[in-house]
Design a binder for this molecule. Structure first.
Ligand SMILES: [Zn+2]
Length: 282
C-alpha cells in the first residue's frame, strides 16, 4: 500500500509532465470508458493529492463558457500504480496489462493500472469525500486542530488512530511504527493519554519524514547525518529504519517486539517506548 508521500510524489511528477495540457483520456481496458469520455480533450489544471487519494482536476469550460470543473478521483489501494513513459508524435507505446486510464499529453503518456477507485466526480462530490478524509499532514493548509481533537478525545490506541484515514490521512504502516519509536511512545497508548505537546511532536516528526519521502522516494526514517549523505542515499532494506521489519532495534540493539494493530503488524521497542497509562477515559 503506497503511503502518503508516494501520492504527493505522483502528483508532483504528473503536474510537471501533464499539467496545463489538453489530454487525450482513454480506458484501454474498457472499465473506465464512460468516465474517460467525460474529460477527454479537456485541460488538466492540476493534480491534487489528499491522503491516499488523487484528484485530477479538469477544466470543462469549453462549450458553455461557464467555469466548471470535474475531477477524476483515484485511490490506488493495495495494487494500483502509475507508469509514465515518453511519447513522441505518432509514437505512443502500447498499453501494458490492464490499463484502467491512460492520460496522453504532449510528450508523456501516463497509465494507471489496478486502482481501487477511478471515477469522475463533480466539485460537490469531491467536497463530500473531502469531509470524510482526515487532514493530510503534507498539505500546506493541514487542519492540525482537527487531528488533535480526534486523537486526544479517543480511547483507541495511538497506533490504530494514526492508521485511521479519517483521523489523519497519508500515514501508512512504516511511518506509523517509525514515528512512534522516534518519539518513544508505545503504539498501544490510548490517544487520550497523550498531551498536546507530545502529539504535536509526533505530527511534526511524521510530516518531516514524509517530506523527505516526497523528495527522495523510498522511505528512510534514519536521518542522513547518522550515515553521511552519500551512504544514506544508498541505504537498502531494513537499514533504512529504526525497527520496521527489523529483528533488533537500531537504537538500543534489543529485540524488536511485534504486535497486531488495525489488522497490520506493528513493530516496537519494549525497552525504549513508553506506555502512557490508560488515559482520562472520556
Ligand atoms: Zn530500542
Amino acid at each position: 500500500m503506497p503511503e502518503g508521500h508516494t501520492i504527493h510524489r505522483y502528483a508532483r511528477q504528473m503536474n510537471l509532465s501533464l499539467g496545463g495540457q489538453k489530454l487525450a483520456v482513454t480506458s484501454p481496458q474498457g472499465r473506465f470508458e464512460g468516465g474517460a469520455s467525460l474529460v477527454d480533450g479537456h485541460r488538466l489544471d492540476t493534480v491534487e493529492p489528499l491522503g491516499k487519494h488523487l484528484f485530477f482536476w479538469f477544466n470543462m469550460t469549453a462549450r458553455s463558457k461557464a467555469a466548471s470543473r470535474k475531477a477524476v478521483h483515484v485511490h490506488l489501494g493495495m495494487y494500483g500504480r502509475f507508469t509514465t513513459q515518453k511519447s513522441a508524435e505518432g509514437d505512443v507505446p502500447d498499453p501494458r496489462g490492464q490499463v484502467r486510464m491512460r492520460l496522453l499529453g504532449h510528450d508523456r503518456v501516463v497509465d494507471l493500472n489496478g486502482p481501487t477507485a477511478c471515477d469522475v466526480m463533480d466539485v460537490e462530490a469531491v467536497d463530500t469525500l473531502r469531509e470524510r478524509i482526515g487532514p493530510d499532514l503534507l498539505t500546506p493548509d493541514c487542519d492540525r486542530a482537527r487531528i488533535h481533537r480526534r486523537i486526544l478525545g479517543s480511547r483507541a490506541a495511538i497506533g490504530t488512530l494514526l492508521m485511521d484515514q479519517s483521523v489523519v490521512s497519508g500515514i501508512g504502516n512504516i511511518y506509523r511504527a517509525e514515528c512512534l519509536y522516534r518519539i518513544r511512545i508505545d503504539p498501544r497508548t490510548p490517544g487520550n493519554a497523550l498531551d498536546d505537546e507530545t502529539l504535536e511532536k509526533l505530527l511534526d516528526d511524521a510530516t518531516a519524514l514524509m517530506k523527505i519521502g516526497v523528495q527522495y522516494g523510498p522511505i528512510r526514517t534514519v536521518e542522513p547525518d547518522v550515515f553521511g549523505k552519500k551512504r544514506w542515499n544508498q541505504l537498502k532494506g531494513d537499514e533504512r529504519f529504526w525497527l520496521y521489519k527489523r529483528k533488533t532495534c537500531r537504537g538500543c540493539g534489543g529485540e524488536v517486539e511485534v504486535i497486531e494493530q488495525a489488522g497490520r503488524t506493528v513493530y516496537l521497542c519494549p525497552r525504549e517506548q513508553a506506555f502512557l497509562g490508560i488515559g482520562s477515559g472520556c
